[in-house]
Design a protein around this ligand. Structure first.
Ligand code: SF4
Ligand code: SF4
Length: 240
């Protein structure tokens, strides 16, 4: 089997190269294949992993242009492997995720003001899925808005805001709703790429739609609405 890895080394020229590796990868996960390449062909190949069981979110990469956890993906002949998008490259498949993770603080995606509350099973179920986020950043890298606005808060931060806004132990959900009005909830195009990319089955697009409803309840509306065209104004209040 042949796989290609897009590699990066800031101290070499050229910094970006594509290397093809021929290995026996039958039945291997991508992470196992990378470990085999490192131990038998090229010890300089650099990648990251943690739990090796899809829980820690450390080994996210792109395979043929789609985000995957290397520990859960069965490698195929001809696969092209590269680092995650929209992060600072450190080396080969290792990226610095700090910009993406900073979005959690910018969005106030945490329990801000605690109050005592008895949570029912139904209420817990409503935020159970969002609580499964492993911060792998796959959704962030799949989001086309990041290509044009690096300040966009991104899907996983918004999903987490929704998770805490719906938690009755949060005494002041408005604080986070205020924080996501700029570069946040209205900047999403609702394309759904984040939902497709999520290995945990989380649906950030739906959470963002729900956050829009919550925002409206707090008096906000889509700022783009004011600039939208609804046709020709004939001066009589009717347009087409
Ligand atoms: S639905 Fe919104 S947040 Fe998700 S990938 Fe598309 S633009 Fe980004
Ligand atoms: S929402 Fe899904 S894809 Fe995004 S960071 Fe969390 S687990 Fe990863």
């Amino acid at each position: 089997m042949n796989i290609t890895i897009k590699r990066f080394d800031r101290y070499k020229q050229p910094q970006h190269i594509e290397m093809a590796y021929k290995i026996e990868t039958e039945g291997l996960t991508l992470l196992q294949a990378l470990q085999r390449i490192k131990s038998t062909i090229d010890p300089t190949l650099t990648f990251k992993s943690g739990c090796k069981s899809g829980i820690c979110g450390t080994c996210g990469v792109r395979v043929n242009g789609k985000e995957q956890l290397a520990c859960g993906y069965k490698v195929q002949d001809g696969d092209v492997i590269e680092a995650l998008n929209y992060h600072t490259l450190k080396r080969d498949l290792v990226v610095d995720k700090s910009h993406a993770l900073d979005s959690l603080a910018r969005a106030k995606a945490y329990l801000g003001s605690y109050q005592k509350a008895n949570i029912t099973i139904e209420e817990e179920k409503r935020i159970e899925l969002q609580s499964d986020c492993i911060l792998c950043s796959s959704c962030f890298c799949a989001c086309p808005v990041m290509a044009v606005n690096s300040d966009f808060l991104g899907p996983f931060a918004l999903t987490r805001v929704y998770r805490y806004a719906m938690d009755r132990r949060e005494a002041n959900p408005k604080e986070a709703i205020d924080a996501i009005q700029k570069n946040g909830v209205w900047d999403c195009t609702l394309c759904g790429e984040c939902t497709v990319a999520c290995p945990q089955g989380i649906n950030p697009k739906m959470d963002i739609m729900n956050l829009r409803s919550l925002s409206a309840q707090y008096g906000y509306n889509d700022p783009n609405f004011a600039t939208m065209s609804f046709g020709v104004d004939f001066g009589n209040g009717f347009g087409f």
